[in-house]
Design a binder for this molecule. Structure first.
Ligand SMILES: NCc1[nH]cc(CCC(=O)O)c1CC(=O)O
Length: 332
């Protein structure tokens, strides 16, 4: 089987992990690199049409029959199902939390007021602002390597990344804090992979079944249902985390938490909901409804004082530092 992958180190690493498992199962596997517009065009993701652009190029290769299978980071995959394609397996996910990579081994609580934290994710910027620590955030883009490099070069004091990516790249030793989801909830689906194939490929679907992890599938189903219901898109200031545990009677249940907020920290809303595992999607929808009933749209409304767009758009991380887009000043 031919597995299509983006060319980034993280994508190739994740694809390699799945390829190894398939080889262990006795399959012949070839990795095909696909270059997407998101890899070549350095404009901001919102200008390019959101993170979905990565998925689209790969999905076209699936449709064309150039590849048979692809490994997505589930958090980068749009919630709308793709025509003629199926997520055949969602393997057990990595630790879904965010991590901090800061100068001098610092944690969030130790960073001095006005420290600059690099992140391109509105979700991270909004939750950092909501902490009220007086941290600035700077909009950055780029792969894990170039983001960590900004800390090494002293361009920013810290960056926030997914622990799963750092783990898969073997770079956990550079992490200075694993961020508690009480402070920053991860993106829906963070840490999970999705193996997508052509729906017509029923034999391959059958072969991939052993890689599917039902608890992970239930958890990410709940998280992505929040995202879908809020129609928030991939670049939304929304965090969601579902955890599976046993209730007092030994039945499996889903505990789902979510955050929505404004980038400048002027509005935040956190809610949670728990229910039976087989109602994961329903729980996600219901939690999203509760967020909406309690005023979630405030998080998506245009602000009275919109942040200054950086000159020339959002620059890649290998260019010169860009202006701060969000600045939460303590007491302001
Ligand atoms: N947005 C890019 C992206 N997509 C998936 C991961 C990490 C791996 C994962 O979450 O499964 C990352 C890097 C990051 O956010 O630090």
């Amino acid at each position: 089987m031919r597995i299509g992958s983006r060319r980034s180190t993280l994508a190739l690493t994740q694809t390699g992990l799945i390829a190894d498992r398939l080889r262990t199962l006795g399959h012949q596997v070839e990795i095909v690199e696909i270059v997407t517009e998101g890899d070549t065009n350095r404009a901001s993701l919102s200008q390019l049409g959101g993170t979905g652009i990565f998925a689209t190029a790969i999905r076209n290769a699936l449709h064309d029959g150039r590849i048979d299978l692809t490994v997505h980071s589930l958090k980068d995959l749009p919630t709308a199902p793709a025509d003629g394609l199926t997520v055949a397996a969602i393997p057990q996910r990595e630790d879904p939390r965010d991590v901090l990579v800061a100068r001098d081994g610092l944690t969030l609580g130790e960073l001095p007021v006005d420290s600059v934290v690099g992140t391109g994710a509105p979700r991270r910027a909004a939750q950092l602002a909501a902490l009220g620590l007086g941290l600035r955030t700077r909009d950055i883009r780029g792969n894990v390597d170039s983001r960590v490099e900004l800390v090494r070069r002293g361009v920013v004091d810290a960056v926030v990344l997914a622990r799963a990516g750092m783990s898969r790249l073997g770079r956990l030793d550079e992490v200075t804090e694993v961020i508690d989801p009480l402070q920053v909830l991860p993106a829906p689906g963070q840490g999970a992979l999705a193996l997508e194939i052509r729906t017509a490929d029923t034999q391959l679907h059958e072969a991939l079944h052993v890689l599917d992890h039902p608890d992970t599938r239930a958890a990410v189903t709940a998280e992505r249902a929040v995202l879908a219901r809020l129609e928030a898109g991939c670049a939304a200031p929304l965090g969601a985390l579902a955890e599976i545990s046993e209730d007092l009677d030994g039945r499996l249940e889903v505990s789902l938490r979510a955050f929505v907020g404004r980038l400048d920290g002027s509005f935040e809303l956190r809610r949670s909901m728990t229910g039976p595992l087989d109602k994961a999607e329903r729980i996600g929808h219901d939690l999203a409804q509760q967020l909406l009933d309690d005023g979630a749209l405030e998080a998506f409304a245009p602000s009275d004082h919109p942040p200054e767009p950086p000159p020339g758009g959002h620059l890649p991380t290998d260019a010169n530092p860009v202006t701060d887009i969000h600045h939460q000043r303590r007491g302001a």
